[in-house]
Design a protein around this ligand. Structure first.
Ligand SMILES: [Zn+2]
Length: 62
């Protein structure tokens, strides 16, 4: 099986507090438009709940 999931939105979960970033939903209140890929989230962005960094997030299947 080959992986061809590039077109699908993913979700990423904060490993510290469990906050989930959904690419499809984005974070408009944080200035991140719906549909923003995780890779396009600014590297200095931090978790709105616990201020964890992007490194502390992990892709999750919902
Ligand atoms: Zn967090």
């Amino acid at each position: 099986m080959s992986s061809t999931v590039t077109a699908e939105f993913q979700s990423y979960m904060c490993l510290i507090c469990g906050f989930i970033y959904d690419e499809a939903a984005g974070l408009p209140e944080e200035g991140i438009a719906p549909g923003t890929r995780w890779a396009d989230v600014p590297p200095n962005w931090t978790c709105p709940e616990c201020s964890a960094r992007k490194d502390d997030f992990e892709m999750v299947q919902i």
